[in-house]
Write a protein that binds this ligand. Structure first.
Ligand code: ATR
Length: 292
């Protein structure tokens, strides 16, 4: 499908949205959100908004003052922003993070769409059903919290977590136990992640770390173990990682982070516009940008 970017016309009626971040100049969201608005001929515009941490409060107030439809929120504001909002959806309440704000008649509601974006990408692009599956996750940072929360909501059977820093994996396990009452979690020490017996029953392998973003990054899981899983998901999106190259070589179904990036943005788009997001158009816009 071809993306046709119609030159944007800002009018008196144009609804404004964007992304608050610091830095924000690396964000791909303006590219695919504006492509989606253009494609559906919606009178919306999405702009990058550099917000320093000390200006976050006033920036959030400006959403109401200027009657913007809402914004995305990215690093470093995802947690800090919560105290300035009027309401949170269930996932952002549980995970204490927000990446999307919707201005509903002057009340600001926070959402987190990363986890649901991950699940939607797994279902729609990966055709993979997560219910009752055993999952092995590398990483215990923000993305891992969002993904674990969403997997549990989708009734995954068990989660194995490995992380470079054991303490962070322990905190994630405790969090999931306390907030979601999910007990089927095992921490695998980072040095033991390739023990053969762990891999006997793993269905899905997910990398949530930044390992793979750089060209000489190592393959954290040995091929003999990757070979045993049904599906490999790597949230890195800037290049084809060693993990994904291995999955492809072994003919194992796989997805990269572009899919998650698009679906988390698609859910934000749907929250703001009430319309189904044109995910193929959004994907194409990102791929064209990344290839350049
Ligand atoms: P995000 O919000 O994208 O998840 P994050 O919260 O900074 O980012 O988390 C990054 C994750 O990548 C963490 O699990 C981190 O491990 P630590 O808890 O030990 O910091 C992991 N990570 C980053 N660089 C890594 C590396 N070189 N090897 C292994 N894990 C790494």
């Amino acid at each position: 499908m071809e993306v046709i970017i119609i030159s944007m016309k800002i009018k008196g009626t144009t609804r404004i949205t964007g992304v608050f971040g610091y830095p924000v100049n690396h964000s791909l969201s303006p590219i695919f959100q504006n492509a989606a608005f253009d494609y559906l001929k919606l009178d919306y515009v999405y702009i990058p908004l550099e917000v320093k941490p000390e200006n976050l409060k006033i920036a959030v107030e400006s959403i109401k003052i200027f009657n913007w439809i809402g914004v995305n929120v990215t690093i470093p504001h995802k947690k800090e922003v919560i105290k300035y909002l009027d309401e949170l959806d269930e996932s952002s309440e549980i995970l204490s993070v927000v990446n999307t704000i919707h201005n509903i008649d002057g009340k600001l509601k926070g959402y987190t769409t990363d986890g649901d974006g991950f699940i939607r990408s797994l279902k729609e692009d990966g055709k993979f059903n997560i219910k009752n599956k055993n999952v092995f996750i590398i990483g215990a940072g923000g993305s891992s919290y969002a993904i674990c929360g969403a997997l549990i909501k989708e009734r995954v059977k068990s989660i194995f977590i490995t992380n470079r820093t054991y303490e962070n994996a322990r905190k994630l396990k405790e969090h999931l136990k306390k907030k979601l009452n999910f007990k089927n979690i095992e921490i695998i020490e980072f040095e033991k992640r390739n023990d053969r017996k762990i891999w006997e029953n793993i269905d899905l392998l997910i990398n949530t770390t930044s390992v793979g973003m750089k060209e000489n990054d190592p393959l954290l899981i040995e091929k003999i173990n990757i070979e045993k899983v049904q599906f490999v998901y790597d949230i890195v999106y800037n290049r084809k990682t060693e993990l994904l190259k291995s999955a492809e070589y072994l003919k194992i179904s796989n997805l990269d982070g572009i899919s998650m990036l698009v679906y988390q943005g698609a859910i934000s788009f749907e929250i703001w516009t009430g319309k189904k997001a044109p995910v193929d158009i959004m994907k194409k816009a990102i791929c064209e940008k990344i290839k350049k």
